[in-house]
Design a protein around this ligand. Structure first.
Ligand SMILES: [Fe+2]
Length: 241
């Protein structure tokens, strides 16, 4: 099975279109999205329409739940609260309803998909170190799991109770042990590389890769400013943090 997995689109239509176009040139059996489709960017409705049409399985992120009124806005900082309220106002009710039905976790026999961590997925813990990764890996039943949330791509490998972190563009899946893979972010990268990120996993070949794609950043920034969303959301797209 060949999976394409991405996360954290955050209403960035220009970045999403670039990724979906690149994926047309790939042989992909399953397209998965690890949540946070909205928040920060200026195109929530069009992004959701595209995602509903193209993605096979998607889970809910914290920003999605905020927009669906399934999560307290106090969880978020002020700019993110403003983005959630703006998104609620511009998103047609049937699109907001879509979030109400999305699960927190999805899995098949080979991979698991969750936004933040399998450890209390509804709490959206950030996996930023080996200790947090191990809490999720202990619950993980499939050899590979995919997350987003931190917007920092990389893989935690657990072998014999020991967890190591690897930044990679291409890697072979170890024959034993388990992998927790952060696929980074399509629309709000925060690892210093402003290009959109997505992951390809070939379960038969045992190969994983993180791809990066340039997209028209200035266009996405102009829309954010025109919508009156916090300036920070536009600024940081250029720097990838
Ligand atoms: Fe996010």
């Amino acid at each position: 099975m060949r999976y394409a997995v991405f996360s954290d689109v955050h209403s960035n239509l220009e970045a999403l279109e670039a990724v979906l176009q690149a994926l047309q040139g790939e042989r992909v059996d399953q397209l998965l999205c690890a949540g946070d489709s909205v928040g920060y960017g200026a195109d929530p409705a069009t992004c959701l329409e595209l995602l509903e049409r193209s993605v096979h399985h998607m889970v809910c992120g914290n920003h999605d739940l905020a927009v669906a009124d399934r999560m307290d806005l106090d969880w978020f900082n002020k700019p993110a609260q403003a983005a959630a309220l703006w998104t609620r106002a511009v998103l047609p009710s049937e699109r907001r309803r879509y979030f109400k039905e999305l699960p927190l976790v999805w899995k098949d026999s080979q991979v698991t998909l969750v936004h933040g961590s399998l450890n209390e997925p509804e709490q959206f813990h950030y996996v930023l170190d080996a200790e947090a990764a191990l809490k999720s890996l202990r619950i993980q039943e499939t050899p590979v799991a995919f997350i987003g949330h931190t917007h920092l791509p990389g893989a935690y490998i657990e072998e014999g109770g020991r967890v190591t972190f690897h930044r990679f563009s291409r890697m072979e899946v170890p024959p034993s042990g388990k992998l927790l893979v952060n696929v980074g972010s399509v629309g709000q990268p925060r690892d210093g590389d402003p290009r959109a990120a997505y992951c390809i996993y070939d379960s038969q070949a045992g190969e994983l890769s993180i791809r990066r794609l340039p997209y028209p950043i200035a266009q996405a920034q102009a829309k954010i400013r025109k919508a009156g969303l916090p300036e920070l959301f536009a600024d940081r797209l250029a720097h990838g943090y």
